[in-house]
Every structure is written in C-alpha cells, then in structure tokens.
Design a binder for this molecule. Structure first.
Ligand code: PBG
Ligand code: ZN
Length: 324
C-alpha cells in the first residue's frame, strides 16, 4: 500500500467521494446551548466579551426556548445571576431564584427541551468561590451539603438533568444520594469530571459575574499539566453515580476527551468554553479568519476526539449551518 499504487487523493476528488468516506459527522443532536439567566426583569443585556450572548431575564426565556427547540437543539444548560450573594451562597437554593424560575419558564414554552442546570456555588457566594471558605480555602465536605440542596432545588423546579461543576471531592455521590432519597432516581447527573483551572473561562466570569474575589480555583480545579489524574477523577465520578462525564475546556484538552472515551464506556460531554468562543468571534470580527468555517471545524474536532455531546455557545449558529 505504497505510492504510486496507493494514492490517498483518489478518495478526495469530489464532494460525493469525500462524503462517502467521512469518518465523523456533527449533528444538531450533539449540541447543548448555555444560557445566562438574571434575576432582573425585562432584560436582555449583551455580554461584551461574548458577542451574540446575553444575560436574559426569565420573561425573555419563552421566546428564546422556542427558537432553540425549533432549531432542533436538544438541550440547554442554565447559569444564574441572583439578586443577592452571601458567604455561603444561600440564594443558590431559593425556589424563586433565576435558575429555578427559568426551568419552569422553559419547560412551559418548550417541554421537549432537555433543561440541564449547572450546579455550583460561585455565582451565589459573595467571595465568588465554588464552596464555603475557611482560612482562605474552600471547605470540601461542608460544601457537599450546599451543592446537594442546590441540585435538589433545581430538580424540584423541573430540571431534567444536573451538572455539578464545583470540583469538590465526593459531590456526585452526595448529590446522587440526595436525589435518590427524595425520589428523583431517574434524574441523570452529568459530571464535570475533568474540569481544568483554565484561563479560557475569562469571558464566562464576566457573563456570570462569578470571578473569585481573592486567589484562584487551583485548589479544586485540575492542573492543566495532568492527564492520568483525569482518569482518576472520571473513575471516581462514575463510581459515585455519574451518568455522563465531561471534559472542560474542550479544544486545549482534546487528548483528555480521547483518553476518557477510550477508557470508559460512558457518554462523554465536552465544554467548548467561553474563551474558545470569544477567540473565534474576535478573530472573525477582525477579519482574520472565516468564523463559520472555524466554528464548524472546531466542533467537528471535538466530536472526532470522542465527545458525544458538546456544550457550546455556538449551538445556535452551528444548528443554522447544519439545518441548511
Ligand atoms: C462555575 C462554572 C464556570 C464555567 C462553567 N461553570 C466558571 C469557573 O469555573 O470559573 C466556565 C464556562 C465557560 O467558560 O464557558 N464553576
Ligand atoms: Zn463554581
């Protein structure tokens, strides 16, 4: 199978041939769209670093949800911007909080949409960390109780799936047993299993108003240098009851997506995060790249690496291309 007997270009000669031998296909079924929901009323506030994205008030969600569903996007993941924050993030489990209200509004408007919620404390704590602080660090076991209450309040409001992103040890087990005890044995958990301490979250923190007031998240999120550790994290989460495991960010961690895909027979999600989105949008605005082609190539590469599901701010744009 050597040149000149074998010529790889033979199968690249036409659109039809290329289509026949394609190994990876991206479908709208693979996409999940993140939404930022604010407690404010009648608001659609643009997020400067994420063109095309907004902090939306609950009253704007019915229309948004119907558009998302009509594009064929199967799911959304919700982040909340609450009215009040305190040391322990009490507003995270307010039954009238932005996420809890958003779940109901979306399920009313588009019942077929899978409503996933991000479960974490950083949007609700005054210090912006993902759990309770003691002596300058996040307390692990005490935070599990809060995360469990938060997850339960989302599910009680009608969430179809919860996605804990805090990176506390033992959180999947704690949330699973709380949901089971309360009768929600059929609600799946998508665990942010390998979530790295990444600079790519910058624009998100503007969007969700969740920048830590001091320090950083390196005592709980993973070191970007580590790969074996991602396997251990995923193994633990699966043992504790995770139904899907996530790698985040996506593009700088395609190797991790592939390792988890090869290692575990579980659905893999990848989070194509805010910074990955903003970089492409910025370069497109400058006229330096073809934004649409770069978007599609990026999403395809995440799929090719092994992701079944891609959480992406490009979901609507990509759906429009895929539906053409
Ligand atoms: C909350 C959370 C973050 C993201 C998702 N959930 C921010 C963080 O950990 O600082 C980032 C998403 C993105 O950048 O798009 N823990
Ligand atoms: Zn957090």
């Amino acid at each position: 199978m050597n040149f000149p007997n074998y010529r790889p270009r033979r199968l690249r000669g036409s659109e039809t041939l290329r289509r026949m031998v394609t190994e990876t296909t991206l479908s709208v079924d693979n996409l999940i769209l993140p939404l930022f929901v604010t407690y404010e009323k009648n608001t659609k506030k643009p997020i400067g670093s994420m063109p095309g994205h907004f902090q939306l008030s609950v009253d704007n969600l019915a229309e948004e949800a119907r558009e998302i569903a009509s594009l064929g996007i199967p799911g959304v993941i919700l982040f909340g911007i609450p009215e009040t924050k305190d040391e322990v993030g009490t507003s995270a489990f307010d039954e009238d909080g932005p996420v809890q209200s958003a779940i109901k509004a979306i399920k009313d408007a588009a019942p077929e949409l899978c409503v996933i919620t991000d479960v974490c404390m950083c949007e609700y704590t005054s210090h912006g960390h993902c759990g309770i602080i003691k002596d300058g660090d996040v307390l692990n076991d005490a935070t599990l109780e809060l995360l469990s209450q938060e997850a339960l309040s989302h599910v009680e409001a009608g969430a179809d799936m919860v996605a804990p992103s805090d990176m506390m040890d033992g959180r999947i087990g704690a949330i699973r047993s709380t949901l089971d005890r309360e009768g929600f044995t059929n609600i799946p958990i998508m665990s942010y299993a390998a979530k790295y301490a990444s600079a790519y979250y910058g624009p998100f923190r503007e969007a969700a108003e969740s920048t830590p007031e001091f320090g950083d998240r390196r005592s709980y999120q993973m070191d970007p240098a580590n790969s074996d550790e991602a396997i251990r994290e995923a193994r633990l989460d699966i043992a504790e009851g995770a139904d899907m495991i996530m790698v985040k960010p996506a593009l700088p961690y395609l190797d991790i997506i592939r390792r988890l895909k090869d290692e575990f027979d579980y659905p893999i999600a990848a989070y194509n995060v805010s910074g990955e989105y903003s970089m492409i949008k910025a370069a497109e605005e400058k006229g330096w790249i073809d934004g649409e082609r770069t978007m599609m190539e990026t999403l395809l590469s995440i799929k090719r690496a092994g992701a079944n599901t891609i959480i992406t701010y490009f979901a609507k744009d990509a759906a429009k291309v895929l539906n053409k």
